[in-house]
Design a protein around this ligand. Structure first.
Ligand SMILES: *Cc1c(COP(=O)(O)O)cnc(C)c1O
Length: 401
């Protein structure tokens, strides 16, 4: 797959790639096209209709995302799960086998273990590139990974997985939601398709649910047929909101990276914290892999409290970081996976997956870092006053405003 010939920087492409030029007024933004009926016959002979995934506002997102991920084309969906399910069902049928990374996003895990199994698609799981290779069978048609993964931020060697897929004739797919195209471009490493839940960083403001697949022109043409059958499209107004969010993606992600790195180091040094999972920390088991294939380490981290019974108190004492599911918005969010995303697993299953009761996941927002550090320090050590450097940092941040 040849990357789109766009040599501009990522921040420039976030703003300008794909914009619908408004010839009527010269407006700076893509207009919103609300029609569901478009003239036919017409010179291009293309039947435009929202459920055909080809309206002007859907194409704006497709062109921008293809540019950002270095693919030939893209499709925008009504949710991340619509993107994932449509891609899997367009590529897999009864008797086919697919290999999945073990720590999948919860919704994807349910889709794979329920819907795929129901129609006779065989599945296996592996954690590392080596384990994924061992899980391959003669009928393996697809390899699917998430890197960094949820909630331990494990990273898999993407170049090794891409080689495996190429050698064995299997399509390699990655859910790149946590990394974003600002931090990681898997197609450049040899991947066949990239998926995003655009509900997270791509939109970035916790107010749109959407999904994207980026790939080759051929794969996207095939996918559009299945997508038209399944019907999981995004409407024009949501496309417009997503386009607006995408314009600041590079700016936001750089700040997410910076804030998460600062919070990770702070938590690592905190006496109430037993362990921090952040790929940017040299002690993370996959730090070397992440450093090789990522430009930034992202805005997601998790940490383990020394006292596992303290999670509820911690969440109650945080004033800025909000206890909530989802991630990737400008605001900091915290959750306890053992009580939320992974609550349906048995304690033994959770232990095997490395998810302890004291594990807290943080989607680190783009607030002033001094305010965030103060919030976590206060919540982690009730009764203790803030450390002097932090007070200084905070007043410095306040003075700057
Ligand atoms: C949220 C999420 C999804 C699902 O996306 P929706 O937009 O909620 O359907 C898939 N993968 C990852 C990694 C996610 O975080």
């Amino acid at each position: 797959m040849s990357a789109a010939p766009d040599n501009r920087g990522l921040a420039t492409r976030c703003i300008h790639a794909g914009t619908y030029l408004d010839a009527a007024t010269g407006g700076a933004c893509s207009p919103i096209f609300t029609s569901t009926a478009y003239g036919f016959p017409n010179p291009t002979n293309e039947n435009i209709y929202p459920r055909y995934f080809n309206t002007p506002n859907q194409r704006v997102i497709a062109r921008k995302m293809a540019s950002l991920e270095g693919g030939e084309d893209a499709l925008v969906f009504g949710s991340g799960m619509a993107a994932i399910s449509t891609l899997l069902f367009s590529r897999l049928g009864p008797g086919d086998h697919a290999v999945f990374q073990a720590d999948l996003y919860g919704g994807t895990h349910l889709l794979v273990t329920r819907a795929l199994a129901h129609v006779g698609i065989e599945t296996s799981f592996g954690r590392t590139a080596t384990e994924l290779a061992e899980a391959m069978r003669p009928n393996t048609r697809l390899i699917y990974v998430e890197s960094p993964s949820n909630p331990l931020l494990r990273c898999v060697d993407l170049a090794a997985v891409a080689d495996l897929g190429r050698d064995r004739g299997a399509l390699t797919v990655i859910d790149n939601t946590f990394a974003t195209p600002i931090n990681q471009n898997p197609i450049a490493l040899g991947f066949g398709a990239v998926i995003h839940s655009a509900s997270k960083y791509l939109n970035g403001h916790s107010d749109v649910c959407a999904g994207v697949v980026v790939s080759s022109g051929n794969l996207i043409r095939e996918l559009a047929e299945t997508a038209t059958d399944h019907g999981g499209m995004l409407d024009a107004h949501a496309c417009h909101q997503l386009e607006r969010g995408l314009k600041t993606l590079a700016l936001r992600v750089r700040q997410h990276n910076e804030n998460a790195g600062r919070l990770a180091h702070f938590l690592q040094a905190h006496p109430a914290v037993a362990r921090v999972n952040y790929p940017g920390l040299p002690g993370h088991p996959d730090h070397a892999i992440a450093a090789r294939q990522m430009r930034g380490f992202g805005g997601m981290l998790s940490f383990e409290l020394r006292d596992p019974s303290g999670t509820e108190g911690l969440l109650g004492r945080l004033r800025l970081a909000m206890p909530a599911l989802s991630l990737g918005g400008v605001e900091s969010l915290v959750c306890v996976p053992a009580r939320t995303s992974h609550r349906l697993m048995t304690p033994a299953e959770r232990a095997r997956a490395g998810i302890s009761d004291g594990l807290v996941r943080v989607s680190v927002g783009v607030e002033d870092i001094g305010d965030l550090l103060e919030d976590f320090d206060r919540a982690l050590a009730p009764g203790r006053s803030f450390t002097a450097p932090m007070r200084e940092l905070r007043s410095h941040e306040l003075r700057r405003r």
